[in-house]
Design a protein around this ligand. Structure first.
Ligand SMILES: Cc1ncc(C[n+]2csc(CCOP(=O)(O)OP(=O)(O)O)c2C)c(N)n1
Ligand SMILES: [Mg+2]
Length: 354
């Protein structure tokens, strides 16, 4: 519950960290109820956006895959809200809530999915690899586990340049935690003592593979001590707990493991019929958005009219961003400058060609 959310420190080697010293932003200073409501609105916007993207996909209006974060919005939004200007964010495919809360404009999302030439990927890429290097949102590498090393390298580079008071946050799924890249990245982060928070969302499946075919340890958070990280575990369906745990993480390196159920297929091409009904009845299968709304109602944080207004506002924002992107041009192969996006000038390029 909102008022009673507690961090659950699992690390046996280190005490729970106090609030990180770099936190100075207004949202951190806001009373917990205001933070909760702000987070709820980002979650609502994300759910509205992703439901709309799914319907466009089903209607054949989106090319490529659609991967949504239904059921994971509470964890993700806490990541985006925790980070401040100057911090580094490495989101993955289910982190739209975090991306939005971190500052990604809605139009960038709809432009990407609808293939607009004015979007961050200029209509050339699939739908999930966009980033905003100039705003410290790293572009995602698909290879599971790879983003940990990318984030560690980015943090080391900032340190070498003399930057101070920053933190990096990298998201990972429990499947990604089983890769060699993940282990290498975690080891390097601890050896280098970079200010990294790794937020692992255990949604109980990696595509169709369930937890018992992914790992054999009792609890993934127990690995923290082996890496040299502090470890925290978390009920990812409880927004108050997510804000509390993730909002308290800082340095030394921290591993937060959140438990949820993926409330969609791996992508919208997958009906997830392999998830047994019994799993769907587990406490971790609760819908974090519904749980958060119930908390708002129970604590009478806002009235029903306000909730209705927020819902309408989310729909209007999404409709506007979709309508705008739909009118924009697609890339034209013969006129495009097909330079590799990985060149060193990337960060200096304009976000869109016009
Ligand atoms: C090294 C590697 N192996 C396989 C894949 C294909 N793949 C993409 S997502 C995915 C499942 C990821 O599961 P998890 O890390 O639990 O994240 P979730 O999709 O559940 O959020 C797989 C197997 C990949 N991208 N990279
Ligand atoms: Mg998973």
């Amino acid at each position: 519950m909102l008022q009673t959310a507690q961090r659950t420190a699992k690390s046996k080697t280190k005490k729970a960290a106090s609030a990180p010293s770099h936190k100075t932003g207004a949202d951190k200073a806001a009373p917990p109820h205001d933070r909760f409501l702000e987070a709820f609105r980002w979650m609502l916007l994300t759910r509205t956006l992703e439901e709309k993207l799914v319907s466009l996909y089903r209607g054949g209006l989106i090319t490529g895959g659609v991967y949504i974060g239904k059921g994971q919005e509470a964890v993700s939004v806490a990541c985006g809200l925790f980070l401040q200007k100057g911090d580094i964010f490495a989101p993955l495919i289910r982190d739209q809530a975090g991306r939005s809360a971190f500052g990604e404009p809605l139009l960038d999302v709809t432009r990407t999915y609808l293939g607009s030439r004015l979007g961050p990927m200029r209509g050339r890429d699939g739908n999930i690899h966009r980033g905003h290097p100039r705003n410290n949102e790293l572009a995602m590498v698909s290879h599971l586990g790879a983003m940990i090393s990318v984030t560690v390298g980015t943090l080391m580079a900032k340190r070498l340049k003399g930057d101070k008071n920053f933190v990096g946050l990298a998201c990972i799924g429990e499947g990604g935690m089983q890769t060699g890249s993940f282990h290498e990245g975690m080891n390097l982060a601890a050896v280098e003592q970079v200010p990294l928070v790794v937020v692992a969302t255990n949604n109980h499946y990696a595509y169709s593979t369930p937890n018992d075919r992914e790992f054999a340890c009792r609890d993934l958070v127990d690995r923290a001590i082996g890496y040299g990280f502090e470890g925290y575990s978390l009920d990812g369906t409880d927004l108050g707990a997510c804000l509390d745990v993730i909002g308290s993480a800082g340095r030394p390196p921290q591993l937060v493991v959140a438990s949820v159920l993926r409330l969609s297929g791996h992508g919208e091409h997958d009906d997830a019929s392999y998830v047994p009904e019994e799993v769907k009845r587990q406490p971790f299968a609760r819908d974090c958005l519904k749980v958060a709304e119930q908390t708002i109602v129970d604590l009478n944080l806002v009235d029903a009219e306000t909730l209705g207004k927020w819902r309408k506002d989310a729909i209007a924002q999404v409709e506007e961003a979709i309508a705008a992107a739909q009118q924009e041009p697609a890339p034209e192969g013969d006129k495009e400058d097909w330079c590799a996006l990985s060149n060193r000038g990337l960060a200096d390029q304009p976000e869109s060609p016009e």
